[in-house]
Design a protein around this ligand. Sequence first.
Ligand code: GDP
Length: 334
Amino acid sequence: MFEKLRNAFSVAVKSFGDKELKEKDIDEVLFELEIALLESDVATEVIDALKDDLKKQLIGATVNKDKIAEVVKQELRKSISNMFDVAGTVDILSNIQKKKDKGEPYIISFMGINGTGKTTTIAKIANLLRENKYSVVIAAADTYRAGAIEQIGEHGKRLNIKVISQNYGSDPAAVARDAVLYSKSHKIDCILIDTAGRMQTSKNLMDQISKINKVVNPDLKLFVGDSLAGNDTVSQAREFHNYTKFDGAILTKSDADARGGAAISIVKVTSSPILYLGIGQEYKDLKSFDKDVFLETLFGPAEIIESVQKKVLEPKVELKPEPKVELKPEPKLN
Ligand code: GDP
């Protein structure tokens, strides 16, 4: 997973290790980093933020030449970690419990374009909720795509979960409302609404999603994106977020994703967290997104970096931008 992105960072880190912290050298390495990140599907917003953060820390810093690589690694890690922190987190299970305590169903709507793995993901979530002892119904509110109702119906059968549906062409918001009425009368804990997979550019279809959201007012709106589609997924996320202000995202097919840029990019571009990663085709192949695990995949274990940082960076003051004087060639360093 994410080999390409990991490699991009490690090449940049090594390149810094070979240089002194002169502005020209920094620019050179940042340019290489930028290209490598673009190739790993990292959005320009992320790249600009990383470059700005690094430059602020490095220009004029008095760091021993042999420690530069570790410092760069630490700074990249910190910048990315901050991006995830800004987006926050959502604990679905405890939110469902809170609604359950009030005697109300928790409503989740899913959006995204066809083929991303949305239907499979809804089934995976349904399975996860049931494993956690919550009752679930699914609303087949994709009344648009041929086969969609049967597809979600088939998952329902396999999982033994009730699927509420109407005919093709009927109003998706009415299907969602039916599911809410059913859940209230049957004391169901959670409703999962499948919406039509649509191009993010189709205004009509986007308006339909907005209507569903208005009619049933979901507690959680989730975007499902295919990590393999990289930059396309990021632009879908951007567009869907403009329309729906979704609360979080699930990235599918991470098991096959060598690049890894989509996760950081979606988080930065939409300021919404990634909640789960799809890691295969089975119902159990869903895992909670964990920032620390993600960072570890890219940069290695945190404790090692932190202990190196302690030795290298204390006192931290040394990394603050210093007068330009520090940028002059330093024969001593050679
Ligand atoms: P939808 O059109 O968005 O509803 O997509 P589907 O749920 O039908 O999924 C499309 C294909 O992607 C199916 O073959 C799924 O088995 C597959 N798929 C979905 N999620 C994952 C995942 O996390 N990993 C892998 N490897 N395949 C997945």
